[in-house]
Design a protein. Structure first.
Length: 142
């Protein structure tokens, strides 16, 4: 019963968070299709990591990103994700989708995503800009 209640609470929390992020991301992204959904995925990933639900966070990663994170140790995504020092985020500043790719700028992170079917999957997170050079990312599947 406790698991069922926890899952129901998580589903309700995710729905409320998705609605709030979608409204905020739409304001930041104009009419760019997919931007709001990408922002929801990036926010859910950070929420899962912050709450300790690293299994759920691993489920939001693209397959190549999981492989890179696991470093040849299949099934170790959750363990490895606990070791990454991601900064806590609280708001979406900008979200842009470019076809099947997206970039979500959060207050303390930049997240890159790819569309996989109807879902957005994280390809890189914990990223900081280095000006004209490529981003430096703590989690990177590219």
């Amino acid at each position: 019963m406790r698991t069922k209640v926890a899952m129901t609470f998580r589903a309700l929390f995710a729905l409320a968070a998705a609605a709030a992020v979608a409204v905020g991301a739409t304001a930041c992204s104009g009419s760019n299709p997919g931007s709001a959904e990408a922002a929801v995925a990036a926010t859910m990933f950070h929420d899962d990591v912050r709450s300790g639900d690293v299994e759920a966070a691993c489920g939001l990663l693209a397959p190549g990103t999981v492989e890179e994170l696991e470093e040849g140790e299949p099934g170790s995504c959750a363990i490895k994700l606990r070791e990454v020092d991601l900064r806590a985020t609280s708001s979406v500043l900008e979200s842009e989708a470019y076809g099947s790719d997206a970039q979500v700028v959060l207050d303390e992170d930049t997240v890159f995503l790819v569309q996989s079917g109807q879902n957005w999957k994280i390809t890189a997170a914990g990223c900081t800009s280095r000006g004209e050079r490529p981003y430096d990312c703590l989690i990177d599947g590219s």
